[in-house]
Design a protein around this ligand. Structure first.
Ligand code: SAJ
Length: 398
């Protein structure tokens, strides 16, 4: 029997998942609250930039197996892939998970499987998803299965990692765990590990926290090295020659919608205990202001400096500006009128706040070259052309 799947939330995780399952023969309904997103997908087009995603979506829609709409429908398997942001008070915002669960409740029947893929605080699968289904009148005792299987894909490599990464699957009970794990085993080449819902939730938070804490170490080292006039990149390269040392890269701060967010879920769940995790978040959050101060100290030498700001995205070779430290830095420089800014972001066509200029123009006119993102275009810059510029390279690529 053909499996029917309903995917709630057609963003960076939901759209690749829905399209991938459709090309593997599942009958997929993709659901998004935005009618613009729905129309784009039904035209076999994409609203997000990710390598090969356009090809996959085209093939999924043309096969007749992927249809997008604004309301859920009946299915054997429901995926919840909606955002779980952090609020200004650093507490998780689970309102999208709640409303997605409410939206599917009228369609969930005995034997169905509900999988939460969104990264979430410990206990969400049981205390929010399961409880909401019960509140909405779903008779979960009749064999409705609920599990958490956190997404783990890296933006820029989503379609590869969707298939190849190992998966952690934790159900609310043994049948849920088994059903969800068996579902993934049909499609992924990585290993599928079975555990409890809570442990699956904490595993995902731990992965992103590990990275945040390690980047914080690198960022702190970069500030210390600057004070001592030491090249932090050389330092890390040499220290990493030790067989048990592997320091990550410093940068202008940590961005995106995952690593800069998820550790706060751990802190919120254990505010007294999560001391290192909180401090790491603060170290990374303070880095953009440190970069701004650095630019100001160099700009002071000029009457009216032109500053080329290279990159706005949160990391290399993506068009995603969410929680981007580069964007934060450029905004601070503009607000403080530090100089004439020439902003270059090759991955987007335009920006509502800033005029974007071509790279060659920015480089030609700059007194100060501020490299904020290690996009491939910037890595390829000819050192000869930069000789007379002051370079502030937050990514260590020039
Ligand atoms: N960054 C540094 N230095 C580094 C590595 C990264 O400053 O050495 C910065 C990046 O520039 C960026 C931020 O950290 O601003 C995050 O980038 P990333 O590439 O480390 O991670 P994301 O946010 O794109 O994706 C992460 C991944 N998690 C892990 O690698 C543990 C991905 O596998 C998750 O699926 C994703 O979060 C998610 O959705 O949670």
């Amino acid at each position: 029997m053909q499996q029917s799947v309903c995917v709630l939330g057609l963003g960076y995780i939901g759209l690749p998942t829905a399209s991938f399952l459709a090309t593997k023969g599942c009958k997929v309904t993709g659901v998004d609250v935005s009618s613009e997103v729905v129309e784009t997908i039904n035209r076999a087009e994409v609203h997000i930039q990710e390598p090969e995603l356009d090809v996959l979506v085209r093939s999924a829609v043309h096969s007749g197996n992927l249809k997008a709409q604004t309301e859920p429908t009946a299915a054997n398997v429901f995926f919840i892939t909606v955002p779980t942001p952090v609020r200004d008070d650093r507490n998780p915002d689970l309102s999208y998970v709640k409303s997605a669960t409410r939206a599917i409740a009228p369609f969930v029947e005995p034997g169905n499987l509900v999988i939460l893929e969104s990264t979430c605080p410990i206990g969400t699968t049981e205390d929010l998803v399961l409880e909401t289904l019960i509140e909405e009148g779903v008779d979960v005792q009749q064999g409705v299965m609920v599990a958490h299987c956190p997404e783990r894909v890296l933006p820029g490599r989503i379609l590869i990692e969707l298939v190849q990464n190992d998966r952690i699957v934790g159900g609310i009970d043994a049948p849920s765990t088994k059903a969800a794990a068996d579902f993934y085993r049909q499609f992924v080449s990585g290993e599928v590990f079975e555990t409890s819902a809570k442990l699956a939730e904490m595993t995902k938070l731990t992965e992103n926290t590990f990275r945040d804490v390690n980047i914080a170490l690198a960022n702190e080292l970069s500030v210390i090295c600057d004070k001592h006039g030491i090249d932090v990149w050389e330092l890390i390269r040499l220290a990493n020659r030790h067989p048990r040392v592997s320091i990550l890269n410093p940068g202008p701060g940590v961005g995106g919608h995952c690593i800069a967010v998820d550790p706060w879920f751990v802190v919120a769940s254990a505010p007294e205990e999560a001391r290192l995790i909180r401090t790491a978040r603060e170290v990374n959050d303070e880095k953009p202001s440190w970069v701004v101060d650095k630019v100001k100290s160099k700009a002071d030498r000029f009457k009216a400096p032109t500053i080329a700001c290279l990159g706005l995205a949160f990391k290399a070779d993506v068009d995603d500006l969410r929680q981007s430290p580069a964007l934060d830095i450029v905004r601070q420089l503009q607000r403080d009128e530090v100089g004439r800014l020439m902003i270059c972001e090759p991955n987007i066509k335009s920006h509502p706040e800033f005029d974007l200029v071509p790279l060659s123009e920015a480089v030609a006119e700059a007194d100060i070259l501020l490299l904020l993102v290690d996009h491939r275009e910037f890595k390829a810059l000819n050192a000869q052309r930069l000789q007379d510029k002051i370079i502030i390279d937050t990514r260590g690529v020039l």
